[in-house]
Design a protein. Structure first.
Length: 96
């Protein structure tokens, strides 16, 4: 028997699937969007762009922008009873 792998993207077959009309190139409008501190965003992952992709556990979570670090943003989300900081590229974020 072969041992099961436990990679970063294991179990994301449906989470990372795009609809048929969304396939292809990366949306440049989403890649260049800007956020201000204390703005509410949702982690909406674009599977075609691998840099700055958060962990699959945080897909669809809602949080607040704390600060900008380089080209990415630091998002504060609530996971259970704790607050966590996630570094995420702007292409994986969507405004509410």
């Amino acid at each position: 028997m072969v041992t099961r792998t436990h990679g970063f993207r294991v179990g994301t077959r449906k989470k990372l699937r795009k609809r048929i009309r969304e396939r292809g190139k990366v949306n440049i409008k989403r890649a260049l969007q800007e956020f201000k501190p204390d703005e509410t965003v949702v982690i909406d992952v674009d599977s075609a762009y691998h840099k700055g992709m958060p962990h699959k556990r945080f897909f669809g979570k809602q949080g607040k922008v704390i600060e900008k670090r380089g080209d990415s943003y630091i998002i504060r989300i609530r996971d259970g009873g704790k607050y966590k900081k996630i570094i995420c590229a702007p292409i994986h974020l969507k405004k509410i």
